[in-house]
Ligand binder design. Structure first.
Ligand code: SF4
Ligand code: SF4
Length: 284
């Protein structure tokens, strides 16, 4: 029976733990995986893979347009907007500002059907190739307040390929991270054994457990810092998938844009073992 494609999300409670390093290392180790860079405010997966853009498409969200011939300036749309995204000064007509999330509530509440919607570009999806690998990369335009539609569109575009997929998620534990891990078969949480690393991992584990996602933890720079990541992970019943000690030569090479697994056997073996777990969990 043909194997079904596996989707593995690489997330972290905080930035700087080596999340993109793990995502790129998986891609250079396991054959025929494509990537989705959902860290749309700071995408860097393509740099680590040496991938070059060959196509792009705009992603738009709905933006309200007020028909001044119909509007009676009742203000109901302004009251209903939870994002303070409609300005209405004095006796002027309401007008949307940059905080608009495109939720459509204003047009639903308008009693005079004075609000229609147009498309507002919020970012782009770039398709990149290089060294035999393909990446879908979301790039949020400067000043756009809501990355979630772009994150979802980037992952959807990659999933349409129906191939094994690694998602480089945005850091943190808020809505963008949830949007990025939602469709994954398994989530890898990358952390470091420092007090900050442990505190943010604790939050990330709570999110992942609440989403009922299979997960495992990768401890990067596992020999630096004394935080007890093992006890924390076991409290949530989440296994440690790999411990990767600090190496100056790996750090230097990473700074030059090379994924650690392309030069280090321990990283390579860890990536193979993580992928085997993801395949097992997804039912392959
Ligand atoms: S709810 Fe409709 S009619 Fe009232 S101010 Fe807004 S656009 Fe104008
Ligand atoms: S679409 Fe939503 S966020 Fe934008 S102005 Fe209307 S109610 Fe506010």
């Amino acid at each position: 029976m043909a194997k079904k494609p596996v989707t593995l999300a690489i997330a972290s409670g905080k930035g700087g733990t080596g999340k993109s390093c793990v995502a790129a290392s998986l891609m250079v180790t396991v054959p025929e995986i494509i990537g989705a860079d959902a860290d749309v405010e700071e995408p860097n997966l393509s740099i680590l893979l040496g991938a070059i853009p060959y196509a792009s498409s705009l992603v738009e969200t709905p933006l309200p347009v007020i028909d001044e011939a119909l509007c009676d300036r009742c203000g109901k749309c302004v009251e209903a907007c939870r994002f303070s995204a409609l300005n209405m000064f004095g006796n002027n007509f309401p007008s949307p500002n940059n905080l608009c999330h495109g939720c459509g509530v204003c047009s639903m509440v308008c009693p005079r059907n004075a609000i229609t919607e147009t498309g507002k570009p919020v970012g782009e999806i770039r398709m990149l190739r290089g060294n035999g690998m393909s990446v879908f990369e979301g790039r949020l335009f400067v000043g756009m307040p809501n990355p979630i539609p772009l994150i979802q569109a980037t992952i959807d575009a990659a999933m349409e390929e129906k191939k094994n997929l690694v998602i480089d998620c945005p850091p943190g534990t808020s809505c963008p991270m949830v949007a990025a891990v939602r469709n994954a078969d398994m989530v890898i949480l990358v952390t470091e054994p420092t007090p900050f690393g442990a505190a943010d991992l604790n939050l990330a584990l709570q999110v992942i457990i609440n989403l009922d996602k299979p997960a495992a933890v990768v401890i990067n720079r596992s020999d630096l810092g004394g935080a007890d990541i093992d006890s924390l992970a076991s409290r949530y019943g989440v296994p440690i998938a790999a411990r990767l000690p600090f190496s100056r030569s790996i750090a230097e090479s990473y700074a030059r844009g090379n994924p650690p697994a392309s030069m280090d056997l321990q990283w390579k073996e860890a990536m193979l073992s993580i992928w085997e777990s993801a395949e097992r969990i997804s039912g392959n």
